[in-house]
Ligand binder design. Structure first.
Ligand code: KIV
Ligand code: ZN
Length: 505
């Protein structure tokens, strides 16, 4: 079911998706991708159908130039773009990388002109014409950005864009550099540019007021044909318009096909989260953990009956590579608990179910998270089901770490009655230990999430570890453990998860 609620007559049927995760996204404070990470992200972006990738700013360093060159040489389906200030040496650096398109920019607002490049309006017009002519003398495609366009005097902005188009810009970009425009004003601005400048329009919206995606969509409504986005909304300050949110809004709300392979959105977001070190908030739209999760009794009951009672419907978890999950917590209801237990073949009577729900609400009402492992163990106790024989019993663990050694863990465990020993190295002691356990796990499971929080203060704080795993049938389970040794607590949580997966097989 798709409902195109808001398609306007000016919205294009085809929108190109320009991703700048590797350029503006890498300008996120604290983010720095290695070349290998950039290459992998570029491959992923191209694989999911992104039309154009801004691979970097080649003039900024030799290393950046080498990386952009490497990405250009990969032969990806996506076109590769390099960023340049309005300087010939910057353009030359892009050309040296064999990019498909050069993106030149110059500040046009009075504040940026006067305080950054110290050029008059006339000088900016002349520099615009000169640099675009230079680019077009060397390469067939040039994007021109009037930096801080939305805070530029609009009559002057039109003059700048006309100059750019006359000099040969193949697309003009309207950056909302400090994220201050509103959707209404963006619609007016793009409508005016489209009427007065003969050139395709692109938008680049920052998210300082949380309006990045809304402003991008407003630009599309008014006739922009290209959107600049980043994975997870990375970018300067509060970031840029998020790719997943923009693409899914275009697809599901506007009914505009972007050509993006949307079932890969969650995996792409996780890849970039891993490499950027910026975690995805659970309530992040589309890709966040809670995007299709339901806890309250009323909502869970609704979605069990029909998913679009409490989900958009025009966007399903499958469309974005996510899963619907019923979560256990303070607001859980009988329907959700029954469903979760039935999924693992536990069928309580009505009275037993009432008791299980009461116990779950009691525990989570005290602020404690109830994991799947906790739920099954509550059910087993109340229903007097003998606890299953454990698949894996930890016998010994030794972990070595230090400033001159690679963290290494060795584990001895009894698996279905037979003793096994396994060692692994990792990025840290916890990583090494979890890899060692997964190396001997009798169940094929993948670690999806790992979370640790300190329950009390001080260096002797109790750490509470919660992990989420996926079994070979794609089912998701969580388990936890606490202790004052975070390595041991992590190992115990993983062993609980393995035994849980074994129990519900
Ligand atoms: O925010 C901005 O104005 C930019 C330009 C380089 C397009 O990132
Ligand atoms: Zn930007």
């Amino acid at each position: 079911m798709r409902t195109a609620f808001f398609v306007t007559s000016t919205a294009r049927e085809k929108i190109t998706v320009f991703d700048t995760t590797l350029r503006d996204g890498e300008q996120t404070p604290g983010v720095s991708f290695t070349t290998d990470e950039k290459v992998e992200i570029a491959r992923q972006l191209s694989d999911i159908g992104v039309h154009m990738i801004e691979a970097g700013f080649p003039a900024s360093s030799d290393a950046e130039r080498a990386t952009v060159k490497e990405i250009s040489g990969l032969g990806l389906d996506a076109e590769i773009c390099g960023l340049a200030r309005s300087l010939e040496k910057d353009v030359d650096a892009c050309l040296d990388c064999d990019v498909d398109i050069v993106h030149v920019f110059i500040p046009t607002s009075d504040i940026q002109r006067e305080y950054t490049i110290r050029k008059s309006r006339e000088e900016v017009l002349a520099a615009t014409a000169e640099i675009i002519t230079y680019v077009r003398d060397h390469i067939g495609a040039c994007m021109f950005s009037a930096m801080d366009a939305t805070r530029t005097d609009w009559d002057y902005l039109i003059e700048v864009f006309r100059t750019a188009a006359d000099a040969g810009a193949t697309i003009i970009n309207v950056p909302d550099t400090v994220g201050v425009i509103t959707p209404h004003a963006m619609r007016d601005l793009i409508t005016r540019i489209a009427a007065e400048v003969d050139c395709p329009i692109d938008v680049h919206c920052h998210n300082d007021f949380g309006l990045g995606v809304a402003n991008t969509l407003a630009a599309v409504e008014a006739g922009a044909s290209q959107v600049q986005v980043t994975i997870n909304g990375l970018g300067e300050r509060a970031g840029n318009a998020d790719l997943a949110q923009t693409v899914m809004s275009l697809e599901s709300i506007y009914g505009i096909s972007t050509g993006i392979r949307t079932p890969a959105l969650v995996e792409t977001s996780r890849l970039v989260s891993r490499y950027s070190g910026i975690s995805i908030p659970p309530i992040q739209p589309i890709v966040g953990d809670n995007a299709f999760a339901h806890e309250s009794g009323i909502h869970s009951h609704g979605v069990i009956a029909r998913s679009d009672t409490f989900e958009p419907g025009i966007m399903t978890p499958e469309m974005v590579g996510h899963r619907r999950r019923l979560k256990i917590g303070k607001h859980v209801g009988r329907h959700a608990v029954r469903q979760l237990l039935e999924d693992v073949h536990i069928t309580p009577t009505d009275t037993q179910l009432d008791e299980i729900v009461t116990r779950v609400k009691f525990i989570s009402g005290k602020g404690k998270r109830v994991t799947d492992a906790d739920l099954y163990s509550i059910a087993e106790t109340i229903m007097e089901i003998p606890a299953n024989e454990k698949a894996i019993k930890l016998e010994d663990i030794a972990v070595m770490t230090g400033n001159h050694v690679i963290p290494t863990a060795s584990i001895k465990a009894e698996i279905n009655g037979v003793e096994h020993i396994y060692s692994s190295v990792g990025n840290g002691p916890v990583d090494a230990a979890l890899k060692a356990i997964l190396g001997i796990s009798p169940a094929a499971i993948q670690l999806k999430e790992f979370n640790i929080e300190a329950i009390s203060g001080g260096s002797d704080a109790i750490g509470h570890v919660t992990i989420t795993v996926e079994d070979e049938r794609g089912r998701i389970f969580d388990a936890s453990s606490s202790g004052d040794d975070i390595v041991l607590a992590s190992i115990e949580a993983m062993i609980n998860a393995i035994n849980l997966v074994h129990r519900v097989r």
